[in-house]
Design a protein around this ligand. Structure first.
Ligand code: SF4
Length: 377
């Protein structure tokens, strides 16, 4: 089944580390953008079965619940949306109220993903986030009150001035709330990020690399102890509550993307919509193609992607699935190169799956580089 991704590129303020496709909220622009989104969804309607919708951004929770409802309805009428489809809204804690959350639920949202990032106010301030730790806890409680039974929280580790213990304090605070799902990301500071200047000005530093490894491994073992199952390098969940939408990206699945900068992958073709919000709206209004990139993926690219994304998963890559889809016996072809990783306990091959160990996940790129190799025939 297809996944449907809807991009909402508006934020109340721009965080100093953010490298996503987003801009400042503007009511008029938002109204025009929504009109364009509904047109694009209608244009791509083909009645195919779909079982997930994911509102990502930006800050999708800045939309009115009625606007979210219109988009969900458009997806429902344009595609054969499964009755128990997973419909996720990314939300920033400062944007929600009890009433708005109730209305989002009525609009069809059944999963929330809160961008919490940290439960320590000084860290949130260094990241120029608009919420406090107390507001994040309050938003979570309001979401529970509104009836949300599937909530994910995002945290970021290796923040400026963050010690290992301070990071664990945030992880423990997350566990105390008891969300169904959590994503833990390493902060990446891109070259022109305003955060880089702020760090230089304020003499903030990052903990050493070894501490980053300890942060990752320590957080995962705390989450293990609390009953969460790690299913992907950065993601854990309660049993059966993995993100069905994101799993499509990691299991060689297919998805459509709506909105500026949204990607789609279907039948071996990768497409990307024009990134600028204004250009996207004009292209929709003029009936021009929205895709600035359209590439038929070569067999080699499809194979590499299936292996790279599969290795991100805790269960690893199914050797027989790769063989039947790409005609490659993974171990026969790459076993000699992979064996040193097995000897170092970074990789496991059990005859059915090739998977990274948790230590191996820290060195995933090195292992993955083995597969960038001779073309698939
Ligand atoms: S809220 Fe998210 S998308 Fe918006 S600026 Fe901050 S990090 Fe970027």
């Amino acid at each position: 089944m297809l996944g449907l991704y809807v991009h909402i590129p508006f934020c109340s303020a721009i965080c100093n580390y953010c490298n996503f496709n987003r801009g400042l909220y503007d009511g008029d622009l938002k109204t025009r953008y929504l009109g364009a989104l509904l047109t694009e969804i209608g244009r791509k309607a083909d009645g195919s079965p779909a079982d997930t919708i994911f509102f990502g951004g930006g800050t999708p929770s800045l939309l009115e619940p009625s606007e979210v409802g219109q988009i969900v309805e458009a997806c429902r009428t344009s595609f054969a949306l499964a009755p128990r489809a997973e419909i996720t809204l990314e939300a920033n804690p400062e944007t929600v109220t009890r009433d708005r959350l109730r209305a989002f639920r009525q609009a069809g949202i059944n999963r929330l993903s809160f961008g919490v990032q940290s439960f320590r106010d000084e860290e949130l301030q260094r990241l120029s986030r608009l919420h406090s730790a107390a507001r994040a806890r309050e938003a979570f409680a309001m979401a529970r009150d509104a009836g949300f039974e599937n909530i994910s929280l995002d945290l970021m580790m290796w923040l400026p001035q963050q010690s290992v213990e301070q990071w664990f304090a945030s992880v423990d605070a997350l566990i105390a709330l008891g969300p169904e799902h959590a994503s833990l990301y390493l902060l990446e500071i891109y070259p022109n990020a305003p955060l880089k200047d702020a760090m230089a000005r304020s003499r903030w530093s990052l903990a050493p690399d070894d501490d980053a490894a300890e942060m990752y491994l320590g957080a995962m073992s705390r989450l293990d102890d609390a009953g969460y199952g790690q299913y992907e390098i950065s993601n854990v969940s309660r049993p059966g509550l993995e993100s069905r939408h994101n799993l499509k990206y990691w299991t060689d699945g297919e998805w459509l993307g709506f909105g500026c900068g949204a990607h789609a992958t279907r039948r071996g073709v990768r497409e990307k919509n024009v990134a600028s919000t204004e250009d996207y709206i004009s292209a929709v209004l003029a009936g021009r193609p929205l895709e600035t990139e359209r590439r038929v993926l070569s067999k080699q690219e499809q194979f590499e992607e299936a292996v790279f994304t599969g290795l991100r998963l805790s269960e690893g890559v199914r050797v027989d699935a790769i063989e039947s889809r790409y005609g490659i016996d993974l171990w026969a072809r790459y076993g000699d190169d992979l064996r040193p990783f097995v000897d170092q306990r970074l990789l496991i091959y059990d005859g059915a799956f090739v998977r990274l160990t948790r230590d191996g996940m820290l060195l995933a790129n090195e292992v993955m580089s083995i597969f960038i190799g001779p073309p698939v025939r």
